[in-house]
Design a protein around this ligand. Structure first.
Ligand code: URA
Length: 433
């Protein structure tokens, strides 16, 4: 088989066979196929798409291109995945709530990139917290406390790593078969039997259009079911940031407030929805029963106690729960003042994510370092009334130059209207597999 012929076939709009797809993936991992040929095939897939059979073959080939975790010894394993957004700290809240309800939460997470945050960076803002676990450590912890959140092993789905980096350079990210196979290959390799997907839509998501987000959700459900998984997908708003905090330490503090029953309503609502679907799939029980369980463990603080257990097991300092000042704190805190009065009609999540990036909370490129203390704390949300001169947000940073840059970006993120505006709900659609 020649890679040239595989590229030509897809370029001409024909269907690739499972053998051709696995030849491509093997060559990506072994290094036998050069980057220019990989990129050419990705562009041909971007332009001509893939049918369900091709996407399934691509997902499986990528999932089995490296280490595949075997969780068959555990009951009710469940995982969640967010397609990425601004202020998305749901895993820190949802995983403990679900584990507190007898489910086995085996979660592998990623780091922040560009304007979107990553769960691993948030957890690493807790002093001492270890995110890199060996397979043995992962399984031991799962069997001891029923919850693990670890960084994705470098040996897992290596084909996706290679392909994703090239997609990033060749403007081929926004392709449903490529996104769906990328996400689902990692979920299949991570081994949980149930998966709940949080598909973001709006200005701060990489899918800005809700119909495309729905199509992506349905494709991922189809792939998961074809591999014997139980899958549900929620379409959720990412026009505005989720909750009020954007930035690693700030988000951990906000996650704790939700687990105390004192968090922002949009974030609390989404966490309860995600947790309920995870409990329902994992325990095979009706959604309404799962919802009642999720609500109970939030308000009786079982979820908070489970987070404490998770932090202790992974060597973090549990005292941050009562004393968040033990986490990294920014030396400079500056308010952003509203230049007019009215109703907040938009709070652009992409701009707020970029402001947090300018402050040092995120990374422009893979491997760059980040400042755990930096970020943006929003004081108002879409729909709120504001007066001229009122603080809209507080910037947390370490130097005047980045604060000045972030202030401009945050100011440009707000649209203020004369007339009352109602905010878009956080939960926009649900698809059950
Ligand atoms: N996240 C992924 O893991 N893969 C994609 O292709 C897009 C988002």
């Amino acid at each position: 088989m020649r890679m040239y012929d595989v590229i030509k076939k897809k370029r001409d709009g024909m269907k690739l066979s499972a053998d051709e797809i696995s030849f491509f993936i093997r060559g990506c991992v072994s290094g036998e196929i050069p980057d220019e040929q990989i990129a050419a095939l990705l562009m041909a897939i971007y332009i001509n798409g893939m049918c369900g059979e091709e996407t399934d073959a691509l997902t499986k080939a990528m999932a089995y291109s490296g280490y595949v975790q075997d969780l068959s010894a555990f009951q009710g394993t469940v995982d969640k995945h967010s397609t990425g957004g601004v202020g998305d700290k749901t895993s820190l809240i949802v995983a403990p709530i679900v584990a507190a309800n007898g489910c086995t939460v085996a979660k592998m997470s990623g780091r922040s990139l560009g304007h979107t945050g990553g769960t691993i960076d948030k957890l690493e803002s807790i002093p001492g917290f270890r995110t890199s676990l060996s397979p043995d450590e992962f399984e031991r912890q799962l069997s001891d406390i029923g919850i693990v959140i670890a960084s994705q092993s470098g040996e897992m789905a290596p084909a996706d790593k290679k392909i994703y980096a090239l997609r990033d350079l060749t403007a081929t990210i926004e392709s449903i078969p490529l996104i769906a196979s990328s996400i689902m290959s990692k979920k299949l390799a991570a081994g949980a039997e149930s998966i709940v997907l949080d598909v973001k839509t709006g200005k701060g998501a990489f899918m800005t259009d809700i119909e495309k987000s729905r199509a992506l959700a349905n494709e991922m459900i189809r792939i998961g079911k074809a591999s014997g998984k139980k899958v549900a997908a929620l379409i959720t708003d990412m026009d505005a940031p989720l909750g009020n905090a954007v930035g690693n330490s700030l988000e951990v503090e906000e996650a704790v407030s939700v687990l105390r029953g004192e968090g922002p309503s949009d974030l609390t609502e989404l966490c309860l929805a995600l947790a309920s679907h995870m409990i329902s799939l994992s325990r095979n029980i009706p959604f309404d029963n799962a919802r009642a369980m999720a609500e109970r463990s939030l308000y009786n603080r079982d979820g908070l106690e489970k987070l404490r257990e998770l932090i202790i097991y992974q060597h973090g300092d549990p005292d941050i729960i009562e004393s968040p000042e033990l986490m990294h704190k920014a030396p400079i805190k500056e308010p952003v003042i509203s230049e007019s009065g009215g109703f907040i009609s938009a709070e652009d999540a992409l701009c707020i994510g970029n402001a947090a990036l300018a402050l040092g909370a995120g990374r422009e490129s893979i491997g760059a370092s980040i400042d755990h203390s930096a970020g943006v704390l929003l004081l108002v949300k879409p729909g709120d009334r504001v007066e001229k001169g009122q603080p809209l947000a507080v910037l947390h940073g370490k130097d005047a130059k980045s604060i000045i840059k972030a202030r401009q970006i945050v100011l440009s993120s707000f649209s203020i209207s004369d007339k009352p505006v109602s905010a878009r709900p956080v939960l926009l659609d649900v698809f059950l597999g």
